[in-house]
Ligand binder design. Sequence first.
Ligand SMILES: Nc1nc2c(c(=O)[nH]1)N[C@H]1C(S)=C(S)[C@@H](COP(=O)(O)O)O[C@H]1N2
Ligand SMILES: [Mo]
Length: 312
Amino acid sequence: MMKEQITPEFLFLHRRELIQKGFLLGMASVFPKWAFGATSFPAKKNEKYGLPDKDLVLTKEDVATSYNNFYEFSLEKGEVKTKVEKWNFNSKDWKIEISGLVEKKKSYSVEELCELAGGIEERIYRFRCVEAWSMVVPWTGFPLARLIEKLKPKSSAKFVKFQSFSDQKIGSNMSELPQYPWPYTEGLTLAEAMNPLTLIATGMYGKTLPKQNGAPLRLVTPWKYGFKSIKSIVKIEFTDVQPKTLWSSLAPAEYGFYANVNPQVDHPRWSQATERILDSSFFPKRKPTLMFNGYEKEVADLYKGLDLAKNY
Ligand SMILES: Nc1nc2c(c(=O)[nH]1)N[C@H]1C(S)=C(S)[C@@H](COP(=O)(O)O)O[C@H]1N2
Ligand SMILES: [Mo]
C-alpha cells in the first residue's frame, strides 16, 4: 500500500531486468529505508495524522513518559517509571501469541509482526484517560487492520481479545492487588480493530516504547478512554464472544466494554465534560472533551444503532 504508492513505478515494471543488472541493490541505498516498509526508528511520519488541532501542542516527552497508569507496577502514576527499572526487558525475547478463530495461529516476535503489517509509521493522536486528563502523543507503530488482514481471521471471528504479560516477577504490584483478575485484558469488536485509527504502537517520540509506556508493543485506540489501550501485549486472540476485560469485570458500571470518550455521559463518580491537558501552557484551565475524543468522523459509523448513553 504505502510501498506501492511511494516506490517509483519503473521499479515494479522492470523489476526482473533491473535485478539482472544489479540495479536494485544500488537503488536500495538511494531510497530511504521506509520506502521498503521498514521497521526501524525513526519511522516515516504519516501526515494524515499530524497535530489534530492547531491549538494543541505535543505533550512533552518527559511528561508522557513519567506520568503513567500501569497497575502491574504501581497505582502511583509518578512511581511507575522507577518501578519498571528492575524489569530486565529485552524486546528480542518477547513473543506475541496469535490464537483463536484465525488462520495464521503462531507465536511471533515484535519484528515479525511489524514486517507482516508492512512496516511502521508515526502518527500524532489525542489520548484521553477516563480519569479526565489528556495528552497529545506521537506514536510509532502499524495499523492493526494491516496485521489482521495478513492473519486471516475466520468468518466466525467477531471480537479481538488482548492480554498483557502475566508474570508476577515482572509486575511487582500484581500480588498487592489480588482482587484484580490478572492478567490485564482488553477487547475490541473486530470492526473496531479493523478501523484505520486502531494502532499497535511499538514506539513514541521517535524511539522504541519505554517500559513504563507498555514496551515492546501496546494498543492505541484514541477515541476510547485510555484504559482500552492495553500495554505490553503477549497474546491476541480472535473470538466469537465479547471478551471479558479486566476493568469491565471489576467495575462494569464504571469501565464498560466500549468505553468511547463521551462528554455527555459522566463517570458515576466524576464529570467527563472537560479534561486537564497534561502540562499545557496553552490550556492552563480545563478544556471541553470532544465526542469520541475528536474522532467522530472516523468512528461514528461503528456505533450506529448503539445507545452510547447506556454503553459506557
Ligand atoms: N497492562 C496495562 N495496560 C494499561 C494499563 C495498566 O494498568 N496495565 N493502564 C491503562 C490506562 S488506565 C491508561 S490511561 C494508559 C496509560 O498509558 P501511558 O502510561 O502510556 O500514558 O494505559 C492503559 N493500559
Ligand atoms: Mo486511564
